[in-house]
Every structure is written in structure tokens, then in C-alpha cells.
Design a binder for this molecule. Structure first.
Ligand SMILES: [Zn+2]
Length: 436
């Protein structure tokens, strides 16, 4: 592993400066790319061509001018009429549809060209080079069977940097995945927090010879402190967080050795933070909704796209020495749950409180609101004792305990056998609205 210096060097080469880039170099590159993207999108994409509200002339003089342009939403991707696509479909190498949590059958549609995919593979190669050594084996716990899927692109990036990636059987049972890990004994592992957390705790519960994994890349969901602690205790692994989504071309921002925010993929993304309700752009350091603009995307350029994730941008130079801007994550919009008189409680707090209990391998949480309100927790654990511990930990928790009490919510913790949940998923509290 090389640390963030090599990532900056790669950014320099990519943006056309033959040395380590300065903040001014990156800002000038981004301004140039933003103007090119706006001109390209307005001439090629039916959605951007027909939409109103563009300032005229639409040429940015300063990066902050971007805030004058209209925002794009997930609904625009779902509707697809007029289409955001900027090239004929024959140029697509990958078309991705993502189900949305709303009405059944509604999907976001994204579209990538060969060059868009190549930009992601290059980012994965150089991003992973900061945390993985060439020559080391890396277990990939993302689905990687389909060409150009996130797991496949990550494996291609790892291969280019000289590492040896192996896809874990994430579609099968947890036991099968753990067996594969024991056999492989990788130096690093990459996956979603739920997948890696369950694998680590399963190994711990099984006993046997310890497995040492140097680094873990955790992506696609918020990463709680108790989760990081479990990876450190069981594997001795240092967890590096990554933020990204299909809309960002999978790669988005990656933690460095300072673990103080995630360095943004500034070769391909310009990040803003806006006030969730007014849409007004917020200054650095203030938390709000993360908005992305793609800088080189040809298939389906996104201009000021509301991601639904919360966070803030940090402008100060990082302790690791990198000049790349950082993102500090703050959860997902709409994630906090509401229950009776108990007020709003972010689901992440419940997740963290449960996973902090030793012996918890995996779990699901359902909140039933209204009359007979109930928080039902299903816990997968090796020992019955763990169920008692989870219940006590939730009641004792300085935030969850009073919240349950104030809202008059019953707590039911139950042991579930076998893996009742999909291994690759985000952990969320499901809210079921009961009668009042
Ligand atoms: Zn850093």
C-alpha cells in the first residue's frame, strides 16, 4: 500500500499536470470539466435540452456558479421522459436499473459507455493501491459474476494494480463464505458492512485458528463504530470506508490513513452540499444533502444530482498530505424513524447498539408504530445468552433506552436460527405503520 500520495499523483496525471497537483490545479480542471459537461448535456441529452431554468449564458466563471443551475433528482431518472441519456443506446456497454423504495416497479435507469466504465476501473485501481499491496490476495464480497457489475469492476482494478482478487460466494450461505475465507486467508477484504461484520462474528463464534486480515474496504452503507471494532478485534483489520453509488459510477470517495473524512474522486465528480428542504447550496463544513455532478461521463451525465445521502464537504488539507477534498458522511435522508412521543431516532444508532453486543452475528429490526408499538429484533447468535445481552444493551443504551420508554414501545428480542437475511444488503430498520 502506498498511502494517499500516490492517489494525488494519479489525479495529477489524469488532469494533465506533470507533478503533484495543487488545489488550484484541481479546481481549474473541475471548472473546465463542468463547463464541458453542461455544454455536452444541453446539446446531447433530451432531458437537459428541454429543461428550463438554465441561467443564460450558461458558462461558469467560478465553481460556485454551479449553484445557479437547477437540481436533478432520482425522480428524473425514474421517469426517464425526457431521457437523460446523451448517446445512442448502441454506445451503452452497461445499462443498470435500480429498484426504488417507492411504488412497486419504479426503477432508476442508468447507462454507461466503455469510457465511463474505464474511468471507474482506473479509480478502483489507484484508490485500492493506497490500501492494498501489489502481490497480495484480496477477497471480494460483492456480487461479481455479471460483467461490469461493481464486484467485477473492483476485481479488474485490483488485478491492474498487481493484486490477486478472489470473489467470495456471497450468494450462498454465511458458512460457505466463511469457509472460503478460511481457505483463502486473504491480506485484504472488500464488501458491505453487513457482509463483513457477519463473516467476522461467525468466525469468532466458531473459534479455530485466528485469521489475520490487514485491511478491509467497507462500502455501500454507513459504517458504525461497533462494526469497525468487530473487524479490528476478530481479524486485526483496519477498516477503510468508501462512499459511492451507481449514480457516481460506483466509486465516489475513499478514506485515507488519517480516517478523518473520505477523499473525493475529484477526477470524475464535483460535490456540493445543499439544504435538504430549500435546495440552497451550503458552505464547506455544513451538513446537508450531498449533490453530485459528473465531470467526464458521456453516457448519462448527471448535473447537480441529489443523492439522498447526508454529509458535509471538508476543505482543509488532510493530515495525510492529500489536497483532495474530503467528505464526511452523515447518513441517509429519510433514514431517521419516528415513533409516538419518542421523537426521531436515526436507525444507525439502533444498529450500532445491537452490533456492539458480543456474539451478535447478524440481525434484523422491525418497528411497528401506532397502538401496541413494538420494536422487534431478530438476532442471529451462537449462544442463547446473546439475546438477553441485546435486550439489556438496548434498554441500558443512553439514547435508545429513554426513546423506547418515552414512546411506550415494547421491546421484543428473539433468536433466529440460520442466516435469515441476504448477505449483501444494507441494514435498515423496517417501519411498519400500525393502527393508531
Ligand atoms: Zn487524507
Amino acid at each position: 500500500m502506498n498511502g494517499s500520495g500516490t492517489l494525488d499523483a494519479w489525479v495529477g496525471r489524469t488532469i494533465g499536470v506533470a507533478r503533484l497537483p495543487t488545489r488550484d490545479d484541481i479546481d481549474a480542471y473541475q471548472l473546465r470539466c463542468l463547463n464541458e459537461t453542461i455544454a455536452y448535456a444541453r446539446s446531447q441529452s433530451p432531458f437537459y435540452r428541454l429543461r428550463t431554468g438554465w441561467p443564460e449564458p450558461c458558462e461558469l466563471v467560478d465553481l460556485r456558479d454551479l449553484a445557479r443551475l437547477p437540481l436533478t433528482t432520482a425522480d428524473d431518472l425514474v421517469r426517464g421522459d425526457p431521457s437523460l441519456i446523451a448517446l445512442p443506446m448502441r454506445d451503452a456497454v452497461r445499462l443498470v436499473t435500480i429498484p426504488t423504495s417507492g411504488t412497486l416497479g419504479r426503477q432508476k435507469r442508468l447507462f454507461f459507455t466503455e469510457a465511463d466504465i474505464e474511468a471507474t476501473v482506473a479509480y478502483f485501481e489507484h484508490g485500492m493501491a493506497t490500501i492494498v499491496r501489489p502481490g497480495s490476495s484480496v477477497a471480494v464480497a460483492f456480487p461479481a459474476q455479471r460483467p461490469d457489475s461493481v464486484g467485477d469492476l473492483l476485481m479488474r482494478g485490483l488485478t491492474r494494480l498487481g493484486a490477486f482478487p478472489v470473489a467470495l460466494p456471497v450468494a450462498g450461505s454465511l458458512d460457505r463464505m466463511v469457509d472460503a475465507l478460511r481457505e483463502l486467508r486473504p491480506a485484504a477484504i472488500a464488501g458491505m458492512p453487513v457482509t463483513l461484520g457477519a463473516a467476522a462474528r461467525r468466525m469468532e463464534a466458531d473459534g479455530g485458528p485466528p485469521l489475520r486480515i490487514e485491511t478491509a474496504l467497507v462500502s455501500a452503507d454507513s459504517v458504525s463504530p461497533s462494526f469497525k471494532a468487530a473487524l479490528a478485534v476478530v481479524w486485526g483489520a483496519e477498516a477503510f470506508e468508501h462512499w459511492g453509488m451507481t449514480e457516481t459510477g460506483y466509486g465516489g470517495a475513499l478514506a485515507c490513513e488519517a480516517h478523518d473524512g473520505l477523499h473525493v474522486r475529484e477526477t470524475d465528480l464535483y460535490l456540493e452540499v445543499v439544504d435538504g428542504s430549500s435546495g440552497r447550496a451550503l458552505p464547506a463544513g455544513q451538513e446537508g444533502e450531498i449533490v453530485v455532478t459528473t465531470l467526464r461521463r458521456r453516457g448519462l451525465p448527471l448535473i447537480r444530482y441529489r443523492t439522498g445521502d447526508r454529509g458535509c464537504v471538508i476543505d482543509d488539507r488532510c493530515r495525510c498530505g492529500s489536497v483532495l477534498r474530503r467528505l464526511r458522511l452523515g447518513g441517509r435522508i429519510g433514514e431517521p424513524i419516528v415513533a409516538g412521543g419518542g421523537g426521531r431516532l436515526p436507525a444507525a444508532i439502533i444498529d450500532d447498539a445491537i452490533f456492539a453486543v458480543d456474539g451478535v452475528i447478524d440481525f434484523s429490526v422491525e418497528l411497528r408504530t401506532g397502538r401496541g408499538a413494538r420494536l422487534a429484533v431478530g438476532v442471529m447468535a451462537a449462544a442463547p445468552r446473546t439475546i438477553v445481552d441485546v435486550r439489556a444493551a438496548l434498554l441500558r443504551h443512553p439514547i435508545v433506552g429513554p426513546w423506547l420508554q418515552a414512546a411506550g414501545i415494547d421491546l421484543a428480542v428473539e433468536r433466529v436460527s440460520g442466516p435469515p437475511f441476504s448477505l449483501c444488503r444494507k441494514r435498515r430498520v423496517t417501519v411498519v405503520c400500525g393502527e393508531d
